[in-house]
Design a protein around this ligand. Structure first.
Ligand SMILES: O=C(O)CCC(=O)C(=O)O
Ligand SMILES: [Fe+2]
Length: 348
């Protein structure tokens, strides 16, 4: 069902900033031909956009991408309504409210610890793996193997159905938007509110971890003949959890650089292998990408976690005060409300 304009908004920059050109491995700002030539002429040439035809093709692609982004909200709501009316799930239990039995014991223990009155960061760090202390990247088991399996089966069933499918984000072409499938309410929102929120509040209090009030959740799929890797980017999120669901694969490790707000280039990226069932926690602003898939298929659940109290001050995508535009559902997590007083500081 379409939710229409509501509490959450997106920033107008969505249609003009951070347009991804996979062929040249570049994110660009786009306001028209002249601006594109002026701002990106040399770097585009250095990446192989040399002939007038190359440039014309790029222009056309960018214009199409802007139009696609402008249509995104209403089209997504229409898909969601159609799926709710006509799609027959294979694994109905996935649509039941999230049960503790779906969650790995380590995840339950870490989340439960985090809700205790005396809980602190040191205690939580004993209950998860620190991948990088400096970069504040952590990992822990999230779902049980049977739940991963059931979710994968359901996602594959949906993929093979004749239902309309949206792209998970502006860089991945294959996967599933969980809110379109109706999985936000039973699965992702409880996961965020009951489990991720207490964890993130201890791990990242300075990034809005204690004030997560919306999310965008999707599954990315990598397979031969489809997407195989993901370019370097930062997420439109304060915090991200990325859970490997399966299937069996080689390659596809995540690599991390510095924070986009303080780029130190990707001189020596940190490589982090995906482990099926486990989730990697990182700051949305941490530059990262995914290495090429070797063999098999890789499906990962990615939840971009948003804290309006942080993003209302500064849109992470354009770096300015957000220019609010109505949107469907959680939009891009901006609100008009005065931010509640939470312990946040803007990253610099
Ligand atoms: O492929 C992956 O595991 C990373 C996906 C990702 O970074 C994203 O979708 O934001
Ligand atoms: Fe990402």
């Amino acid at each position: 069902m379409a939710t229409g304009p509501g509490r959450f908004f997106r920033c107008a920059c969505f249609c003009s900033e951070n347009l991804y050109v996979a062929r040249y491995g570049l994110h660009v700002r786009f306001r028209g031909e002249q601006q594109l030539r002026q701002d990106y002429g040399p770097v585009l040439r250095s990446r192989g956009c040399v002939s007038p035809k190359d440039f014309e093709q790029l222009l056309e692609e960018l214009e199409q991408e802007v139009e696609r982004r402008q249509r995104l909200g209403p089209e997504s709501a229409a898909r969601k309504a159609l799926i709710a009316n006509s799609y027959r799930p294979a694994r109905l239990e996935i649509y039941n409210p999230l049960q503790d039995v779906a969650l790995a014991p380590e995840f339950l223990a870490a989340a439960e610890y985090s809700t205790l009155p005396g809980a602190d960061l040191e205690g939580l760090l004993q209950r998860l793996e620190t991948v990088s202390e400096e970069q504040r990247i952590y990992r822990l088991p999230v779902f049980t193997p049977p739940f991963c399996q059931a979710l994968l089966e359901e996602l594959e069933h949906f993929e093979q159905s004749d239902m309309p499918k949206g792209r998970p984000n502006t860089m991945n072409n294959y996967g599933v938007l969980l809110h379109e499938l109706g999985l936000d309410e039973p699965l992702v929102t409880p996961l965020r509110e009951r489990f991720l929120q207490p964890l993130m509040a201890l791990l990242y209090p300075d990034c809005g971890g204690g004030g997560l009030d919306s999310h965008r959740a999707f599954v990315v799929k990598y397979a031969p003949g489809q997407d195989r890797e993901l370019g370097c980017h930062y997420d439109n999120a304060e915090l991200t959890i990325n859970v490997a669901l399966g299937k069996t694969f080689t390659g596809g490790a995540l690599y991390f650089g510095g924070l986009f707000q303080a780029p130190s280039a990707l001189a020596k990226p940190l490589e982090v292998e995906h482990v099926v069932g486990q989730g990697i926690l990182h700051r949305g602003g941490q530059l990262h990408g995914a290495r090429p898939l070797g063999t098999g298929e890789r499906w990962n659940l990615v939840v971009w976690l948003r804290a309006s109290a942080v993003r209302n001050r500064l849109c992470p995508m354009c770096g300015r005060k957000p220019d609010l535009v109505d949107d469907e559902g959680f939009g891009d997590g901006f609100t008009r409300e005065e931010p509640p007083t939470v312990d946040v500081c803007v990253l610099t």
